[in-house]
Ligand binder design. Structure first.
Ligand code: UDX
Length: 422
């Protein structure tokens, strides 16, 4: 969606194709199936300008195209953590049948090393006379700031072996040259690995500071100060050093697992990333213990107001959200959960235990609660009327899993404050 909308904003003519008719019908009627800030405006503008359309007619879209982006999901396969390539291969096969004239096929989905070559093989087998080149162009955008990340990327990575295909991709991304965003070309395999290695490295940073936060709690240090002090060294950098309840989302959890899997298949040790996966699971378990301890050692019979359910703010995505691991064990031990999320409640309902009660108005969430758990740092939760919150609650425990609030402010308002690593 974001890739299609942003390329049309750059002036390209884009057809977004999906096999899901409902999704396409919704889009044709102007309903965007995901929450991503700014996407609705971009889609409306470019649809009206005639540069962007949505269709299930793959044949027509493919025959006409100079360039085809395969941007299907590659979820972690159940059981072994390997990226599920079913959708990528199916798309490659479908595309192959309808190719006309020279076409560049671009793999945008996050795929294990070697997949671009496999896609190339599938297309050649399916349509031996097809005139095409294959490119790997991994996506680095973050949910919630996806459009900004697309329009102002730190880099564009292109894995490519043909000069003709490289020229076409560079032409597509040319509007970025005004911002001097580097377009880095390399081999197919290196481009594929850059995506996994980048996500695994960032996930390592998050897990590292999460481990430090537990150590801070044990030795009486403040993780915020530790991260600030570390981040001042430019070799380390201050980004992705916010301690929290563990990373989630559609990328870090599945890409770290997939990287471990790729290394295993090649018989190569991947100890650091393995430890990151384990540390992340431990962090979520540590959050459950933290909440239990804050409630005096038992959550049984306690009412907990939960602020935020999505894996991070500015998205409705619940995939691998820490709330999915932290709330069920509390409910099992007899806690009742009153939850709020500005965008994620519809996605959360089918996957969280049915005992969870949802409120549209954040202040209703606090009614009679023994404790508040701030799970996701939505801006809406940064400026709560703390006196009003306190007045609605039965207890006074405030557990801030994102370190949004200053200790002193909450104490002044009569709360008992618990944070991550402070
Ligand atoms: C990530 C990558 O950043 C992006 O480049 C890639 O294309 C897709 O995966 P995204 O999953 O949207 O993007 O979210 P991101 O902002 O990277 O956060 C990932 C997880 O780490 C979230 O659960 C977030 O809460 C957590 N996180 C991030 C922290 O706990 N602390 C931090 O300092 C940063």
């Amino acid at each position: 969606m974001v890739t299609g909308a942003c390329f049309s904003e750059f002036g390209a003519y884009v057809s977004c194709v999906d096999v899901n008719e409902k999704k396409i019908n919704d889009l044709v009627e102007g309903r965007i199936p995901i929450y991503e800030p700014g996407l609705d405006i971009l889609v409306e503008k470019n649809t009206k300008a005639g540069r962007l359309n949505f269709t299930t007619d793959l044949e027509m879209a493919v025959a006409d195209a100079d360039c085809i982006f395969i941007a299907v999901g590659t979820p972690a396969r159940r059981g072994d953590g390997h990226a599920d390539l079913t959708y990528v291969y199916a798309a490659a096969k479908d595309v192959a049948r309808h190719l006309k004239g020279y076409t560049v096929i671009v793999d945008k989905s996050t795929v294990p090393v070697g997949t671009a070559r496999e896609v190339q093989r599938i297309i050649k087998k399916e349509n031996p006379s097809a005139n095409f080149d294959i490119v790997s162009n991994p996506e680095f955008l973050r949910e919630g700031s996806a459009i900004e990340d697309f329009m102002r990327p730190e880099r564009v990575v292109i894995g490519v072996e043909s000069q003709r295909a490289e020229a076409l991709l560079r032409e597509l991304y040319r509007p970025l040259s005004l911002l001097e965003a580097p377009v880095f070309s390399t081999t197919l395999e290196s481009a594929e690995l850059i995506k996994y290695a980048s996500n695994a490295f960032l996930a390592t940073k998050v897990s590292f500071i999460n481990e430090m936060s537990v150590l801070c709690e044990a030795v009486g240090a403040d993780v915020h100060a530790v991260a600030t002090g570390m981040g001042m060294d430019r070799r380390i950098g201050s980004k992705f050093l916010h301690a929290g309840p563990g990373f989630g989302g559609s990328c870090f959890p599945k890409d770290t697992l997939a990287l471990v899997r790729i290394a295993k298949e090649k018989g190569v040790p991947c100890k650091i990333v393995e430890a990151v996966v384990e540390a992340n699971a431990m962090q979520k378990r540590h959050m459950v213990k933290k909440i239990r301890n804050a409630l005096g050692g038992s959550e049984s019979g306690k009412k907990i107001a939960v602020l935020g359910l999505t894996f991070k703010p500015e998205t409705d995505d619940m995939r691998d959200a820490p709330s999915l691991s932290i709330l069920p064990p509390l409910i099992e031990k007899g806690a009742s959960i009153q939850a709020h999320d500005p965008q994620g409640m519809a996605q959360a309902k089918p996957i969280l235990p049915e005992e969870v009660i949802y409120y549209d108005n954040v202040y209703d969430t606090f009614l009679g609660a023994d404790a508040v758990v701030l799970m996701t740092e939505w801006n809406q939760y940064r400026g709560l009327d703390l006196d009003r919150v306190k007045g609605l609650m039965k207890g006074n425990v405030f557990i801030d899993l994102r370190n949004v609030y200053q200790h002193e402010i909450l104490v002044t308002h009569g709360f008992e404050y618990f944070s991550v690593g402070r």
